[in-house]
Design a protein around this ligand. Sequence first.
Ligand code: UDP
Length: 237
Amino acid sequence: MGKRVLVKFSGEALASENGYGIDTSILKFIASEIKSLVENEIEVGLVVGGGNIIRGVSAAKEGIIKRSSGDYMGMLATVINAVALQEALEYNGIKVRVQSAIKMEEICEPFIVRRAIRHLEKGRVVIFAAGTGNPFFTTDTAATLRAIEIGAQMIIKATKVDGVYDKDPNKFADAKKLDRLTYEDAMNDNIRVMDDTAIALAKDNSLPIVVCNMFEKGNLLNIINGDFSKASIVTNS
Ligand code: UDP
């Protein structure tokens, strides 16, 4: 079997400096990075968050919007991002399908794992939208779940930092980058690579989690080819 990966982008990653909305120049950059994977015959599943538009917890903060409704709003936000990403990939000549965990057949396909795998085998990128389809989960958990379902070799969390640090590198000058971590390390409160649900799911299924800087050109391809120098990896050992 060829290489298959799941790449997760946060919603915020799509936004410009102010953290809100969708910046087409970032979409363009992501599309070119994904294109280099496809050209190297890597099968790519994508999950994108929705934090640049709305997050359930924030929407429910004042107690007017219920948390579960806020979460559905957040899931809808991921669909908006997925459609944007689909357009950017297609503009770059990449074959792509969006599958949503919440049915909205005028916009995209419903999530059907066997169909997703067929798309991947045909060289199409599949963007998994609407998270898990359930409130009280995150898109990190959705990404981990989809990675396992499609049999991806790893999940790559594409972030704005070049890996995992022992403390917040924006706050502490002496923060150290951790190249390799165990799932237990990753669950540590100071580190929290992903939420505990996502990490537990990855651990149970021995799915390696790689955290990297998405803005480092060529990094995704390097990582898939085994060069983790500009990333952190979470595995069993
Ligand atoms: N969400 C959800 N269930 C899921 C995935 C996402 O309810 O399976 C909601 C949740 O409210 C979350 C929002 O969608 O805050 C956006 O996702 P997330 O915060 O994970 O996006 P990111 O931080 O990656 O941009």
